[in-house]
Design a protein around this ligand. Structure first.
Ligand code: FBP
Length: 553
């Protein structure tokens, strides 16, 4: 292919990702199997729903076996939001199966889980893959958010796979997609359909992790990209000293990205959704807290600063959480009536009448723009699309009113000029850091080794990540082990438990220790761009979150 690439792209194509030692000679591995496992909660219910995949042992790879050629054809699906490193998962799977037999094949289903059902695929060959190694994005085969959870879809997928001679599906996705991977594995085992299913932990949000999965891939790179940009804003604002920058950061539910970026850059204010919920803060409390810091800095002649806001904040504010839950029901039951109302005020009136008095009051206090954003289409999982809600603008609007009032009362003597930003999509497809490049390649290779060992219902796992990659370990974690039962859209569903920010754990405690100091003085840190070569190139420079969480383990 004759195409123009940048010097950095060329250098990254040549980068050789590191593998855990146990995989260096290939994906034909000897296994060490642990004891039977159980789900984190609701054991009886999960066991009943997953009779064939419940209780499987944790697997750790040991030594390499002598080369045994096995026929493995894998069908790959990239599911959900993009995360840096996805292409290296593909490369790891490809190199892994080829290390078992050069005749093995990798097929990529196009556009996410939908491609598996619609039978849209390509064969991934060495030449084709060559241009994607160590690059960001999921553009190699595309991604999508179609839910794969119905037996009819499972049957069609099996038919499509069998026509291609595929004997295993690897699903690269977040908590919901891996839950569905396990449903698929269970279904095929129950029906004696000879297709294994293995998952890979992906999401920049960092909320697919637990005792066994140390981090999801993409979190490292995305946080580094955002932190570079936040550092740049800090330099700018401490030069001109005239703007408050309100930065909303991706992370649909959990605030891990915001917390990590705060630890990397030391902003003046960091909001953490999970803390808002636990302190039962109202929107007005949050506004008052921020206004307090702005007033204090103004008293020190610092009419500038940086505020970090997780995009999921709005859903953690108790009064808005209840409002959203009611709106979800209204949207589900009356969507065509609502769509039919053209006049916006009439639309708001119609919705307000259907809300409980408390929620109606909250809804009516919100600016029109936010009211409208709260009734936009839900994603295929029924979630509000928080990346499309301008929480940062809402806070600025409310602060302008509050600070004006405080000025009139003589409580604030400053000038408030605010700019809003949203850092989300900019970080999801960056070329993976060395950490993500290595981690993802290892996850893909591990997925091949799990398939080669005949396993199904497992998530690929590479551990010991705070150490040098030479000492990383690899294996598989039974997906049922991460599950509990949750109420989703009025039904009890088995799901992988989402990892929210824990207020009793080291990363949040680290923020708390420094919060006051960072608010009033300037302790800005400028991490700069991701370094693929040079002082921070070594992959054992991991995120603060991972380092702090793994400390003492
Ligand atoms: P995943 O959970 O699928 O990894 O997606 C994460 C995410 O990037 C969120 O941070 C964000 O809210 C959402 O995707 C945006 O979704 P979309 O790409 O559909 O706009």
């Amino acid at each position: 292919m004759n195409r123009e690439i940048s010097p950095l792209q060329a250098a990254r194509l040549d980068y050789k990702p590191k593998l855990p030692t146990c995989l260096k000679m290939g994906a034909n591995v000897e296994l060490s199997e642990g004891l039977k496992t159980q789900s984190i909660a609701d054991q009886d219910k999960i066991k009943a729903l997953f009779p064939n995949t419940y209780g499987l042992p944790i697997i750790q790879f040991k030594n390499q076996l002598s080369a045994v050629s096995k026929l493995i054809n894998i069908g790959l699906v990239l599911s959900g939001g993009q995360a840096p490193g996805g292409h290296n998962v593909v490369a790891g799977i490809f190199d892994g199966i080829k290390s078992i037999s050069k005749d093995n094949k990798l097929y990529g289903f196009l556009g996410g889980p939908g491609g598996l059902v619609d039978n849209k695929y390509i064969e991934i060959t060495a030449d084709f893959l060559q241009n994607y190694r160590n690059t960001g994005g999921f553009d190699i085969i595309g991604s999508g958010r179609t839910k794969l959870e119905k037996p009819e879809q499972f049957d069609i997928a099996a038919k499509n796979c069998q026509a291609l001679g595929i004997n295993a599906i690897v699903i690269v996705g977040g908590d919901d997609s891996n839950t569905n991977a396990c449903l698929l594995a269970e279904y095929y085992l129950a029906k004696h359909i000879p297709i294994q299913v293995v998952g890979c932990p992906k999401t920049i949000d960092g909320d697919l992790k637990n005792e066994q999965i140390e981090t999801s891939f993409g979190f490292d790179t995305a946080c580094r990209v955002y932190s570079e940009l936040i550092g740049n804003l800090m330099r700018d604002t401490s030069s001109a000293k005239k703007y408050w920058h309100f930065v909303k950061l991706m992370g649909r539910s959990a605030s891990h990205i915001t917390l990590e970026c705060a630890l990397q850059t030391h902003p003046n204010i960091t909001l953490i959704g999970e803390e808002v919920l636990s302190r039962n803060l109202k929107l007005m409390d949050i506004v008052n807290d921020i206004a307090g810091v702005i007033a204090k800095r103004a008293a020190n002649k610092m009419d500038y600063g940086v505020v970090l806001i997780p995009e999921g904040l709005i859903e953690f504010i108790p009064e808005i959480k209840s409002l959203i839950a009611e709106l979800n029901d209204i949207m589900a039951n009356y969507s065509s009536a609502i769509d039919g109302i053209e006049n916006l005020s009439e639309k708001f009136d119609y919705i307000t009448q259907k809300l409980t008095p408390n929620s109606a009051k909250v809804y009516l206090t919100l600016p029109h723009g936010i009211r409208q954003q709260l009734i936009m289409d839900r994603d295929p999982h029924g979630n509000v699309q928080v990346s499309r809600i301008d929480t940062e603008k809402l806070l600025i609007e409310m602060l302008e009113i509050r600070l004006k009032a405080w000025k009139a009362e003589g409580k604030y003597k400053g000038k408030f000029s605010a700019l809003n930003h949203f850092f989300g999509y900019e970080g999801r497809c960056a070329a993976p850091s060395n950490f993500d490049a290595d981690y993802c390649y290892g996850l893909g290779f591990t997925a091949s080794a799990l398939v080669g060992s005949g396993k199904s219902g497992y998530m690929s796992s590479v551990r010991n990540l705070t150490k040098n990659s030479e000492t990383w370990t690899a294996g598989g974690i039974p997906i049922t082990m991460m599950m509990n039962v949750e109420r989703r859209h009025g039904e009890d569903k088995p799901v992988i438990q989402k990892a929210l920010v824990r207020l009793d754990k080291a990363p949040f405690i680290e923020l708390m220790k420094n919060r006051e100091k960072w608010a009033i003085e300037n302790h800005y840190l400028y991490p700069g761009p991701i370094q693929y070569f040079g002082p921070s190139e070594v992959c054992d420079l991991v995120t603060h979150t991972l380092k702090l969480e793994q400390q003492g383990k």
